[in-house]
Design a protein around this ligand. Sequence first.
Ligand SMILES: Cc1cc2nc3c(=O)[nH]c(=O)nc-3n(C[C@H](O)[C@H](O)[C@H](O)COP(=O)(O)OP(=O)(O)OC[C@H]3O[C@@H](n4cnc5c(N)ncnc54)[C@H](O)[C@@H]3O)c2cc1C
Ligand SMILES: *[C@@H]1O[C@H](CO)[C@@H](O)[C@H](O)[C@H]1NC(C)=O
Ligand SMILES: *[C@@H]1O[C@H](CO)[C@@H](O)[C@H](O)[C@H]1NC(C)=O
Ligand SMILES: *[C@@H]1O[C@H](CO)[C@@H](O)[C@H](O)[C@H]1NC(C)=O
Length: 511
Amino acid sequence: MRNIHTCMYLAIWIAQATCDDAVDGKLSFYSSSWEGWNKNTARWSAYEAPTFSAVFKPETEGELSQGMEYLAKHNIPYLATKPGGHGNVPTLGHYQDVVQINLDNFRHAIVNSDYSITVGGGAKMEDLIPTLHKAGREMTVGSFPCVGVHGVMLGGGMGRLMGRYGLISDALLHAKVAIWNGTIVEASDKVNSDLFWGLRGAGHNLGVVIESTYKTWPDEGGLHYNADMVFTDDSLDGVVDTYREIVKDSLDPSLFLILGYMYDAEAKKPLLFMNIVYAHDEGKGRRVAARFASSPEGTANPIVRISFKESNMNFSELGSGKAVPGVCDVNLKNTLYTASTPDLFETAAMKAVYKSFGSFVCAHPGANRSILLFEAVDGKAMDALPHDYSAYAHRGMMTTNAIIQATWDEDFDGIVAEAANAWGKEARDLLARPEVSGYDKLYAYVNYANKDEPLAALYGYEEKQQRRLTGLKRKYDPHGFFNAYRPLPLDMNGWGLPLAPGAPESTRDEL
Ligand SMILES: Cc1cc2nc3c(=O)[nH]c(=O)nc-3n(C[C@H](O)[C@H](O)[C@H](O)COP(=O)(O)OP(=O)(O)OC[C@H]3O[C@@H](n4cnc5c(N)ncnc54)[C@H](O)[C@@H]3O)c2cc1C
Ligand SMILES: *[C@@H]1O[C@H](CO)[C@@H](O)[C@H](O)[C@H]1NC(C)=O
Ligand SMILES: *[C@@H]1O[C@H](CO)[C@@H](O)[C@H](O)[C@H]1NC(C)=O
Ligand SMILES: *[C@@H]1O[C@H](CO)[C@@H](O)[C@H](O)[C@H]1NC(C)=O
């Protein structure tokens, strides 16, 4: 079913289209009878996910441009993504029976002569990371191989090396973007600098990035100290105290800490674990890990470490995600909530969440792959850039991000989904309380967000920032084709209000 002439094929699902309207040449559109359909339309999360009426899989940027021009002209909604897309904000689920713009033919990652790297719009971390490693270079990248480079970068882009190099988007030098009507534009400091600003933090809203180029750094031998540890439940106070001391002492820019709650399905209870990565220095990494060793007898709030595994990993291995198997599995159901804090959440709240996590999974054993992560990294590299360097609104804030992820498989009558959202929301609301987070309001990373946060919590509370974003949306996406991912409002009165329950299915303007 490849290379079907557009006018024949599109006519099946666009009643009003006539042959004259169709673009010249052959474009690759596929219907659900295509043998590659399931693989190409799979989602990381099948919950509140977008669905597709057809897959448009361009082979060149010219085809991409022509196809988008055609879709825009006929007011046919579309969503740019790739097989197993990881985006899971529930507003994606407002996009039902849209055309998938499949970017799987744009997966290149090429190191240039100046050591910058150019990455195709459909590339995943697994395309980017080994290429950097081979060239002896590094940059901030995501922690799992299956995730799309652009979905991550366009929201800001967090990763283990962010303490050294800032966000993934902070390294962006240049992007080539197809806007809503297929017109291809460049974006950099010099050309369309307004779009360049917006792409880095609010980028899911503005166009399809065909490719983008980043600054990279020498990898200094490319080895990273990695330690994985598991503790008894009783160690929660001791582990949280130690984590807090490390963060308050000022985090080392080369360190990335993850404190996590997983579920031990055999023992039927939560499990407390920690992952430490220290870039390029085994000795310093070991010293951090040693602070989480079992405490001597008689210590108040003791730590009992029941497993400890340390190794030096190269950059490719570090990005292979093997520390948490199964994270890349597709078509499970997920709902995420997030909150952030300048150091660490208050201990009693972290204990309450540990307990509520246990109760939630105990009541719904099918949700035993749920996970809760507290990720901490130093913010100085991000903070060193001007506050308005890019649209990313939380520069230098968010030392610790909580990622509250409920995951389940089968559901009957939506019971698990309801419980998952109730638990996730309750945990988020508790962590976000001013006396627990230290912030007077919610500050949330859009890529970990759900649908109930005020837009300002994701994109910035300042009116100047909101005016700038709404101005960009009006200029580059005037009809709201890119409204799937926590859409920016086209009018200023769209700011500050949570999405109301029962809001209209689609927020796209009619053309
Ligand atoms: C297992 C897992 C690991 C994660 N790890 C990290 C991490 O290390 N760091 C981090 O910051 N976040 C991380 N996230 C969150 C992640 O940033 C978001 O889930 C993100 O939306 C994933 O993007 P994607 O390209 O894989 O998904 P998709 O669903 O394909 O895309 C998400 C959104 O981005 C848009 N988009 C994708 N590609 C393009 C493009 N080329 N041009 C324009 N728009 C595009 C899509 O249209 C959609 O609106 C992780 C998520 C998961 C599930
Ligand atoms: C990086 O680690 C992987 C996995 O252990 C290994 O296959 C690869 O050869 C290593 N790369 C280098 C350059 O050492
Ligand atoms: C964990 O969940 C899976 C379904 O996702 C289920 O098949 C399995 O039985 C569960 N394990 C336990 C011990 O409950
Ligand atoms: C495409 O959209 C942009 C932004 O809305 C507009 O300026 C431009 O004129 C459009 N191009 C065409 C060919 O319609």
